[in-house]
Design a protein around this ligand. Sequence first.
Ligand SMILES: [Zn+2]
Length: 224
Amino acid sequence: MLEELKREVCWANKQLPRLGLVSWTSGNVCGRDPESGLVVVKPSGVLFDEMQPQDMPVVDLDGNVVEGTYKVSVDAPTALYILKHLPQVHAVIHTHSPYASSFAALGRSIPVVLTEHGDAFGIPIPCGGYAKIGGTEVGQEAVRVLKQVNLQCPAVLMQNHGVFAVGVHPRGALKAAVVVEDVARTVHLATVKGDPIPIPPEEAQRLHDVYHSKYGQKPGGGFE
Ligand SMILES: [Zn+2]
């Protein structure tokens, strides 16, 4: 079942180590089929290189396994919580990408000091509070912050933890996760040299609006 979505989710998972967003088997991507509401998730502890589309477990929004023999990613409950409470979102990525996570370790959002950031999100990349792992707390905090910014920034840092990025498709969520890490790295380097110069909020918003209407083959800036 859901062969195409399994291929797409498997592909997106394999991009995580290639793009330097994860180490070993950490990090994951999942995607929801909008029609059935079923979700393709990452199998737990499987090496990205060895992952095959047919290995990807299919679960419902309550985490019941509908298809697959592999154990489901331990992060699946958080992703399912996010999908359940953000119906416009169909893909969730979680990483501990190092530069973005270093801001998370400080509990700091990332200010808009680069046009790349303004283009992509137009607002600071927000940082949520500390949330206990293992229950619904991480999902709750991620959803609270993503709703607060109306999903204009489709990614949130979680204090002392890492990054959650969302999209309509795994590819769009992946782009958000990549841009977050790219921006975090450059802002880090700038901060080592001095005080980065903020882009005024109205200019950051203008950059965002232009990018999302002009960049790419269709509106959305590639984050859909
Ligand atoms: Zn994590």
